[in-house]
Design a protein around this ligand. Structure first.
Ligand code: AR6
Length: 226
């Protein structure tokens, strides 16, 4: 498994991985692109509920749903990560219905909830770009910017934020968005973004490193990823 387009802001690493999000064991939380009821559906939501098992639906029933742009957290049950953060992306309606703000809010709310829950590593799917029809390139750009803003505002809070994609078209869009944002970010903000590597094998050792990143926070991520 390869982590691609690896960037860091301070101690926080970002990247893109071609991996089924339901099998990811090397982050604390994976994010679900859910619907308002939180009671399951198709796409990544259906896959997560199938992988986690019926106890997830039971817990979700007690949450009272979730507003678009917000997030709620549950256990991961049979999935290998520790928690699932459920967020509800906007349905694409042409762009004039606040979709961009709501999509950015999904990423921000999910990461706020992760930090508030003591979690430091998160894998996102490409929220809203499947059944909810958000144009992929725009969604990727918004996602990457929202995450970068969050990391900058919470230095040292997160060790790693990934996008887990199951198709080449989606992973390419997030890689491009990261590259583009990195250029913009360097020019105007401090601390700047650091390119760590174009790709890194997530070997078993790498997984251990990522999981142990909390213990490495005084060291530059590049030393551990190259
Ligand atoms: N791992 C990673 N990514 C995945 C996986 C997986 N296992 N499965 C699908 N994707 P979608 P949305 C990708 O439709 O647009 C549900 O019914 C997929 O290729 O899952 O936010 C909910 O209940 C696409 O790139 O989410 C809602 O009603 C991305 O995940 C609605 O769909 C998002 O596609 C949410 O729609």
């Amino acid at each position: 498994m390869t982590l691609n387009n690896v960037y860091a802001i301070g101690d926080t690493v970002m990247g893109v991985v071609m991996d089924d999000i339901t099998g990811i064991a090397y982050v604390d939380a994976v994010v679900n692109a859910a619907k308002n009821s939180l009671l399951g559906g198709g796409g990544v939501d259906g896959a997560i509920h199938r992988a986690a098992g019926p106890e997830l639906l039971e817990e979700c029933r007690g949450l009272g749903g979730c507003e678009t742009g917000k997030a709620k957290i549950t256990g991961a049950y049979k999935m290998p990560c520790k928690h699932i953060i459920h967020t509800v992306g906007p349905v694409w309606q042409g762009g004039g219905a606040g979709e961009a703000e709501l999509l950015a809010s999904c990423y921000k709310s999910s990461l706020e909830l992760a930090l508030a829950s003591g979690l430091r590593s998160v894998a996102f799917p490409s929220i809203s770009t499947g059944i909810f029809s958000y144009p992929l390139e725009e969604a990727a750009y918004i996602a990457v910017h929202a995450v970068m803003e969050f990391i900058k505002e919470h230095p040292g809070g997160l060790s790693i934020v990934l996008w887990a994609c199951i198709d080449e078209r989606t992973s390419s869009a997030y890689k491009r968005a990261l590259e583009q944002a990195a250029g913009e970010f360097d020019a105007e903000m401090d601390p700047g973004m650091m390119v760590v590597a174009s790709s890194v094998e997530i070997s078993e050792a790498m997984k251990d490193m990522v999981m142990g990143f909390d213990d490495l926070e005084d060291d530059a991520p590049s030393e551990y990823l190259s």
